[in-house]
Design a protein around this ligand. Sequence first.
Ligand code: ADP
Ligand code: MG
Length: 450
Amino acid sequence: MTPLTVQETERILSFLEARLEPKVYDTWCRSLRIEAVDDRSVRVPTANPYYRSWLEKLLKKPLEDAFSELFGRVPEIVFEVGGTDPASAPPAPAPLPEPPVPAPPAAPSPDFVFNPAYTFENFIAGPSNRMAYAAAVAVSENPATLYNPLFIHGGVGLGKTHLLQAICDGILKRNPAAKVLYLSCEDFVNGYIYAIQKKSLEAFRARHRNADVLVVDDIHFLVDKEGSQEEFFHTFNTLHLAGRQVILSSDQPAQDIRSLKQQLLSRFRSGFDAKIMPPTFETRLAILRKKADAKWKDVPQDVLAFIASAVETNIRELEGALTKVMGYAALSGRPVGLDLAREVLRDTPAPSPSPLTIAEIQQTVARYFNKKVTELQSRRWTKSTSLARQVCIYLCRKFTGFSLSELGSHFGDKDHTTMLYSIRKVEKLIAKNPTIRGDVERLVRELTGK
Ligand code: ADP
Ligand code: MG
């Protein structure tokens, strides 16, 4: 059996990504393997029977559509347990081996299954997440001892779910018999409402209160849900008294979750609180390198550096940008290089459009490099000011919506090619020169107040 070529797999993945819900794609397709059995059938290896039935249910039809549309033929698609590569096959069993029968319409959504890629091995630790990472590792090694509850908070796409599931994976690897219950807070709330309607609160309670480790993702979903808060409070107390581990994540600090009952807030704050911040350039680059090496061969470092400097705040978007570049290269047959990356990501909107003005940027950069604003604006391009000016142009392009020629008019009436030259020069320097990269990062932080 041979895997499909990288290009073929890439085309199929791009097709699936466009078709499927992002959550489904993220969970099931990121480490998908497809192998050609013969010219009429393909095989999709899966880690265990539980995954198999899910994959079959979710992906069979979309995969058939992909083959039909991309290659003009529909092979027989066989989902089969075994033979996965270690990267995509979690040795830990699925936490909740319930049969994946379709739930009745009003029932809570089916229990979540871990994303096999969300492990500690696949997590890059850096200054922005080191505390959260270290606490997560400690909890997975010694649950219910030091950090209980563990409360991880941070913005969207910064790795909270990844870390939470990595803890579960770590605990289950050490102790496959542990009763680890992972669920999103939304599932908890829906399950609670459903249990009330169906008069099955006993079963609902037993399920959560018997866990050795209860992990609830996105706990901020409790906002304005008084009944669920009350229920969760009792669940929490029961587990805490019994010496079980509770792990929570939120997109904001506990004290900022609106309408959170005081009693619950004090419980959340009684353990260890770790914040994940937006990753630094180095961490973004290391994450991209890791993802790239897992999926493709020889993605050039300067392309990764370019993507890492283009997407700053959300790691999900960072990965998306890489996938986009690779997908485009595969579809167009062009080599993966800086030109292509630039072309593909040109339309990627800046993460948060900022109301910064050119004047503000010029003042900040001038102060930083100890120059006068007029030196940055002047027509004269002396060597001593040229780096500061180029960085300033680069930042103006990044943070304002001005065209290249409009920018030129603020920098001594230079034309757009000179502007472009400066921007590319700084991009190259950022990729190669840590000092300048540090300068630019500090300036970005100063400008955006982050
Ligand atoms: P959140 O739950 O905070 O919104 P996720 O855990 O879903 O974020 O992370 C989004 C994506 O970014 C996932 O694919 C995850 O694997 C990846 N990711 C986030 N942080 C890291 C990291 N430090 N190292 C490797 N991958 C990461
Ligand atoms: Mg999440």
